[in-house]
Design a binder for this molecule. Structure first.
Ligand code: AMP
Ligand code: MG
Length: 376
């Protein structure tokens, strides 16, 4: 049992750490070469929380300050897990999922804020992003077994049709009472089978909160990477920005290019994160709430935004919206840029980027099979 767990953790580490390792190698290599001030050292910490690895890389002089800040940051991530987890029976979200089906119940203000923001992203993405997908996620599976592999089932059409009425953000009713600091607001699910899953926005929110803690503890240069949800503030010594690598979804051990950020957040939703294969077809974990089926054709969406929560919600939503609708939305959003990698009609791999990436995205590891274009 202990060995199996060890194996599972190892597998998670291999899949989750690749991006961060490349990031840090890149930034340290260049940073140190150009840096006349060698007093700034790189501190790297990793913790397993919310079922994923959170990597924190900090440049600072004083290791004591860093260790204290990082301890507080990981405590914050654990606090948020106790709030938002739907694996922990005693989390606030599990309590809401159990009780909001029969009556209006009070809800912790912070959880309510995350749910209200989720509803806002549902409206922005015309229902493509929807935290009520939980019953669909459960029926498709995507469970990780003890070997670290994802398993799943293909539900019958009838089974999906029975679930779909429960899946709509419009089933969540909130009565907000913000007059006092107390948790007086209430939440109610209109459908008895409605259940919330914050898997597509919670990690982004956690990255924002962890970054705030680091800053309030005096850290001025750090990169937080939580399973592809990144916030980078300040910059490595001798450089202006942090380099962010983009994984090749067709070969996830390889990076196709990079761009630079400072005081910004990035999130990638990828079909490679969680999927199972049945009869030669790949079923990935991002589900279209309208059909109840995993989205196919889109391989990854990377969103650059001001907060990790926004980047997280929009990367999932735009993944579901697909190329045409997704880039139309991006065009209308301020301070948000995106990159989508997908299979085109001829089964070539295409990469489409929004205007903000014209000069900043450097692609240096792609071959003739790639078609690159920019949204108008
Ligand atoms: P992400 O990796 O941020 O794109 O989040 C994917 C996770 O969010 C999945 O593993 C599901 O738990 C959940 N999810 C799947 N489809 C959707 C959707 N259309 N809207 C919101 N959450 C979703
Ligand atoms: Mg997301």
């Amino acid at each position: 049992m202990a060995k199996q767990l060890q194996h599972l953790v190892f597998k998670l580490m291999v899949s989750g750490l690749i991006l961060a390792v490349i990031l840090v190698t890149k930034t340290t290599a260049k940073g140190d070469n150009n840096n006349p001030d060698n007093s700034q050292k790189l501190f790297k910490h990793t913790s397993y929380v919310m079922g994923s690895l959170m990597d924190i890389s900090v440049y600072a002089e004083d290791g004591k300050i860093v260790n204290n800040a990082i301890e507080k940051a990981f405590n914050e991530a654990e606090r948020l897990d106790r709030l938002m987890s739907n694996y922990k029976n005693d989390s606030e979200l599990s309590r809401v999922n159990r009780n909001a089906i029969s009556k209006h119940i009070t809800c912790d203000n912070e959880l309510l804020y995350i749910i209200e923001e989720s509803l806002r992203y549902s409206r922005i993405t015309e229902g493509a992003f929807d935290i009520t997908v939980f019953p669909l996620v459960n029926v498709w599976g995507f469970f990780r077994n003890f070997n670290g592999n994802i398993t799943g089932n293909i539900p019958a059409l009838k089974e999906l049709q029975a679930i779909l009425p429960a899946v709509s953000y419009k089933n969540i009713l909130i009565n907000s009472d913000k007059t006092s600091g107390e948790d007086k607001s209430t939440i109610f699910f209109k459908n008895r089978d409605t259940q919330i899953d914050l898997g597509a926005i919670g990690k982004g929110y956690a990255v924002d909160m962890v970054s705030k803690i680091l800053q309030s503890e005096g850290i001025t240069s750090a990169l937080v990477n939580f399973a592809g949800n990144i916030c980078a503030f300040g910059s490595p010594p001798g450089r202006n920005k942090w380099a962010i690598g983009i994984k090749d979804p067709t070969n996830i051990n390889s990076i196709i290019g990079s761009f630079q950020i400072k005081d910004k957040s990035v999130s990638t939703s990828g079909d490679y994160e969680k999927f199972f294969v049945k009869d030669g077809k790949r079923y990935a974990h991002i589900i279209d709430p309208v059909t109840g089926r995993p989205v196919s054709g889109v391989l990854s969406v990377t969103i650059l935004a001001n907060t990790a929560m926004e980047a997280d919600a929009l990367s999932t939503g735009i993944f579901v919206m697909g190329q045409d609708k997704g880039f139309r939305l991006l065009k209308n959003l301020e301070n948000v840029e995106g990159i989508m990698i997908f299979e085109d009609e001829e089964s070539n791999i295409a990469l489409k980027k929004s205007r903000g990436f014209t000069k900043t995205l450097e692609l240096n590891n792609i071959d003739a099979k790639w078609r690159i274009f920019e949204s108008d």
